[in-house]
Design a protein around this ligand. Sequence first.
Ligand SMILES: *Cc1c(COP(=O)(O)O)cnc(C)c1O
Length: 384
Amino acid sequence: MYADRINSLPPYLFAAIDKARQEAVKKGIDVINLSIGDPDMPTPPHIVEAMRKAVGNPERHRYPSYEGMLSFRDAAAKWYKKIMNIDLDPETEVLTLIGSKEGIAHIPLAFLNPGDVSLVPDPGYPVYNIGTILADGKPYKMPLISENNFLPDLDAIPSGIAKKAKIMFLNYPNNPTSATATVKFFEEVVDYANENEILVIHDNAYSEMTYDGYKAPSFLAVGGAKDVGIEMHSLSKTYNMTGWRLGFAVGNRDILSGLGKVKTNVDSGAFEAVQEAGIAALSGPQDCVRSMNNIYKERRDALISGLNELGLDVKPPRATFYVWVRVKGKSLDFTKMLLEKAGIVATPGPGFGEYGEGYIRFALTQTVERINEAVERMHKLKIE
Ligand SMILES: *Cc1c(COP(=O)(O)O)cnc(C)c1O
């Protein structure tokens, strides 16, 4: 019944985890879910209020323009200038997305012919791989391993693959490893992309979720980056807006135009009232971002010190709300044991690709009290 491309999709590990979690809840276990990459805190009130106002305006009820409202793209360009000090033309260098996942999934359709290669990080956000498969492309996995600080080793990519590759996906600050990248690394990427004629898609969903004074760089901060690539942004994590479905892509106008062509034919843009709320988020006061980061930092410190006391070697991440932990034995066995014996849900690393084996991912999407409770339960288990 299904097309080959559907049959060739990797099994969705997260569905299995969720089933196990639901069964545990049914048995009456008090489950602490540290597996969800979805902010538990509400969207800030000034953004909700902007939506409330916009939704009452009949002018916002009609089909939006394909590329997004100019006022939203303008707010995105101004946000970029303020936060990243990068100049963008809102008319040609900003494209509204229905969440960045939408843009990531559609990019391969615009640039890959059947059999063309895309370079995808492993472990990684699954959509880079799956978007490639759905476009009949061939994903080539770039391992992200601790020895390389979870950055891909570009020299390790066989030159035959590099020549065949048309796009490269990157994501720093990184999900799931929480690794960060330097501007120097991005410079190497731009050189590599020029040498091999590769388009770079940098997913910067976590640029604002940072701690201890760390500032995550934009890929576009590197000279020449705009000639080879684009950057994807999402309002989901920065402003607790996962359910609203709003993001944007910036950078190279030809790449954006290719993506825009796909979008014009398969979707009809983001609801204008949501874009109005997005304007309020991007142009309004940013102290909500700081206060959320303070909360995540407190949770991070609680989890890290608990894990360190247990003898697990893990350092506090400088960005994202993930903690990527090396464990003994198979990841899946470890997460099963955590759920069965301690009622804790974590994500097994292989859910993000084969190089995630040996790791589990905790998400800091529970209160400090619940995280402390999780740590206490792990202590009772005598995990090492
Ligand atoms: C959460 C996340 C996104 C955001 O996706 P939206 O579709 O904008 O909600 C994108 N990339 C990564 C790596 C993520 O973790």
